[in-house]
Structures are given as C-alpha cells and as structure tokens.
Design a protein around this ligand. Structure first.
Ligand SMILES: O=C(O)CCC(=O)C(=O)O
Length: 298
C-alpha cells in the first residue's frame, strides 16, 4: 500500500501513570514510545517462536471476497463479511502469511482474537500497561500486506480506552475526532450494521457520496513496531497493514467518572446516544442500543 506520513500527534516516552492521566483527560490520541521494547513479545515473536508455542491453537480468521476493500459498497461491519473461520495458527501463518500472497483467495485477516483465551502460552511475554486502574481486555491482530490486499479494519469507534501496541511490522492508522456523529454515516439503516461503524471507506474514491464526512480533519500515522497508540473513546479509526504485522489492543471499559474527567466526553456522548437511540427505536433494534450501553459500562 502507499505509505504517507503526515502526522501531527503528541509523542511521549514511557510516561508515569500520573503524567499519562493528565494526557488522556485531554481526549487526544498520542503515541507512547519506549514501553513495548522491553517486552519479550517485541524481542521474540518470530513466526517460528509463535508456531512452536501456539501452532495448534485455533484462531478466528476473517476471509474476504476478492477485492473486498476496493469495492466502495463494502463498508458496513458484518454486512458484507463472511463469518470468521476457526483455523489452526500454523495454517494461518504457513498458508496465508507466508503463502503466495498474489493468490486472490488469500484475502484474510486474523483479527480480534481474545489473547488470553487463544494464546495463553504468550501471556508471560507481555507486561500489561498500567495506565488505567482497571483490567484490560486484550485482543490480538495478525495481518499482512500484499500486492492486491492489505488486512484492514473498517472505520469505526469504540466506547473504550484503547492502548494499541504495535509488536511487529507497521500499520497505517487514520484517526478522526468525534465531531457530528451522522457526518460519519453510521449504517443505522442496514440490517445488521451497528452504530459504532461508518459507511465511509476513506480509501475509495466515492467520498462524494458522503458530503458531510470530515475527510480533511484527520491524523494519519504509520505506527512503527515498538510504539503504542492511545486511541481515546469515540475517536473514529481506520487501520491498514503496511506490511506483515502483529498488534495487541488493550481495551479498558469506561467508568462514569471518565465522562466528567475526560474533555468533551459528555457532549460527544450527548451527540451520539440520542441519535442512536432514535434509530434503534424506530427500526426495532433497541437490543443493539442496549448492547452499545453494555459495551460501554460492562
Ligand atoms: O488492528 C486492527 O486492525 C483494528 C484494531 C482496532 O480497531 C481496535 O483495537 O479497536
């Protein structure tokens, strides 16, 4: 994929918790350096090491129709995807990561694997960050980039704090501040779209279909191995593999006090929740709205 670096983001080196607490309260993303380098994961996670310890573990892999992300109709989470398949980790690495990546049917992504369930052998290789006073829910992502396909996660937000650690390889990440919710075109009208997702694929050329989308108002970074990106709750993000890469997301639930401590959170929530609730009630998807609240305050 084309690599552009045009970033304007705060960078800090291994901040103490008290310093980071001042930063996250500003509700701005930032890059944290000099943390991941100390982890055995960063030092040791070669394919051979991972296969030796976890090769037979079953992992969830998303397979895509050919040219999935090139088709501008393919925006909405779940709607266009095939369900994930469970395959052995060594098959994923040998057939898809190391396989012939020019073969069209190898469009796939080992995404959102629950780290502690899928890779218990690797937990000791990671020092869980302690920037928040709460337990992290950790997910593992292993993607790649080839001539025709780059593992991609669609534009969406999460109602969570995200400490996103890049262990191996690079990812291009687009970050959009949570301005007007509807200007991100959440697929509230689709059958299985949920309100965290956007219909906009920032990499396709059909942006004229989405005139309100704030396409200029973004931070674009190439996250390097060993870097952490803090993604604040409700910030929209879109992620694409620049090369073969592994990341871990540390997700932290929100607490009620965060809405008072973190800048603009109440107004952002006030912009999203009533709109989402209105669509949920009028389209009979009230359960999805309850799911949204539960995700936030689980
Ligand atoms: O790494 C990815 O592809 C997606 C990660 C993500 O969306 C997240 O951690 O919330």
């Amino acid at each position: 994929m084309k690599v552009q670096v045009r970033e304007s983001i705060l960078r800090i080196k291994n901040p103490p918790k008290t310093k980071f607490s001042k930063i996250w309260k500003q509700h701005q993303p930032c890059v944290i350096e000099d943390v991941v380098q100390d982890w055995d994961a960063y030092k040791n996670w070669s394919d051979d090491y991972l296969i030796e310890r976890c090769g037979d573990n079953l992992v969830p892999v998303r397979f895509y129709q050919q040219d999935f992300w090139r088709n501008s109709q393919n925006y909405a989470y779940e709607d266009g995807y095939e369900p994930k398949k469970e395959i052995k980790f060594h098959d994923y690495v040998n057939n898809h990561i190391k396989g012939n990546k020019n073969v069209a049917n190898l469009e796939c992504y080992l995404s959102e694997a629950y780290f502690e369930d899928r890779f218990p052998e690797l937990i000791k290789d990671v020092t869980y960050p302690e920037f928040f006073n709460r337990k992290a829910f950790v997910t593992f992502w292993y993607g790649f980039a080839s001539k025709n396909f780059s593992s991609t996660t669609n534009l969406h937000f999460d109602p969570l704090h995200n400490i996103f650690a890049q262990i191996k390889g690079r990812k291009r990440i687009l970050l959009y501040p949570p301005s007007d919710y509807l200007s991100f075109y959440p697929p509230l009208d689709s059958t299985s779209g949920v309100g965290f997702n956007s219909k906009v694929n920032p990499d396709t050329s059909n942006l004229e279909l989405f005139p309100k989308f704030p396409q200029q108002d973004k931070i674009e970074i190439i996250l390097q191995p060993g870097e952490i990106l803090y993604i604040p709750p409700f910030w929209w993000h879109h992620l694409t593999a620049v090369d073969e890469n592994i990341s871990l997301s540390f997700w932290y639930d929100l607490k009620i006090e965060d809405f008072f401590q973190q800048k603009n959170m109440l107004s952002i929530f006030g912009n999203i929740a009533p709109t989402y609730l209105y669509y949920a009630i009028t389209s009979g998807k009230f359960k999805e709205f309850i799911g949204f609240l539960k995700t936030m305050f689980a």
